[in-house]
Design a protein around this ligand. Sequence first.
Ligand SMILES: N[C@@H](CCC(=O)N[C@@H](CS)C(=O)NCC(=O)O)C(=O)O
Length: 280
Amino acid sequence: MGEVRVQSTAIRFEAKPAGHAYCADFYKSAFLWLCNCEAVGSDDAYVGWSITCFLTLKELIMPLALYGHPFSSYTQKVLIALYENGTPFEFRSLGPDTPQHAAEWLQRWPLRKFPLLLDGERSVVETSIIIEYLQLEHAGPLHLLPADARAALDVRFLDRFFDLHVMSPVQHAVGAALTGNAEKAQEGRAHAAEKLELAYAWIEGQLAGKTWAAGEHFTMADCAAAPSLFYADWTHPIAGSYPLLRAYRARLLARPSFARAVEEARPYRPLFPLGAPDRD
Ligand SMILES: N[C@@H](CCC(=O)N[C@@H](CS)C(=O)NCC(=O)O)C(=O)O
């Protein structure tokens, strides 16, 4: 039988033996179910395997909320981080069916960039900051920033690289296409192609012997790389002369956290202004 302790702002549930895979969503429902069982004094509450869970009352009453859109690359970057750690959150989609979400988001961040993470009354914006914030305040088993400061610096650099040198050219091409002006669209795509070609060549040279962007461990840099390379390849295909980069993109697509984000965004592919290819 497990035990439930309520201490000021925290509820802690523990059951033995410990050591099974972490899945916060499941733990949360198991926690609620087990609490109920204990209230009626049922020994069935002992499910025969381990649950160790720590949830603050705030998380139970007011979970994290993410304002964003499933097809948005930067929203996906944060979704990957949340899915990697099984962090419970409510997704508040910014779309025509939910104008209240857009109103709440804009009231909290008038600079009109998404996603935005809401933690109680605290708003957190800028995807890299959101991911670092999650690690500080809602840490899960997977540390997306290494504890070693120098290793963390490499991860932050690569995160900046993918945002600034891969995603930005894509956004430039997409923005130009959205003007509806064919000449601007063509110019925008040509400009993106030139920048992306430089970026592809540089990353190709970095990837030898690496599984993930910064080495053996999946980090925040991969959260940034996954959606940016996904859309970059749609904007300016990664040529066969970059085999390591192509293989890395394929590994990212196979990673369950990103595969989930890609599936959730699939219905929106017709919205891609440069035309979504029939793959991925
Ligand atoms: N540096 C920002 C970039 C966020 C960003 O550009 N988000 C896009 C959606 S993917 C956006 O807000 N687009 C709306 C706009 O620029 O008006 C971050 O990392 O959060």
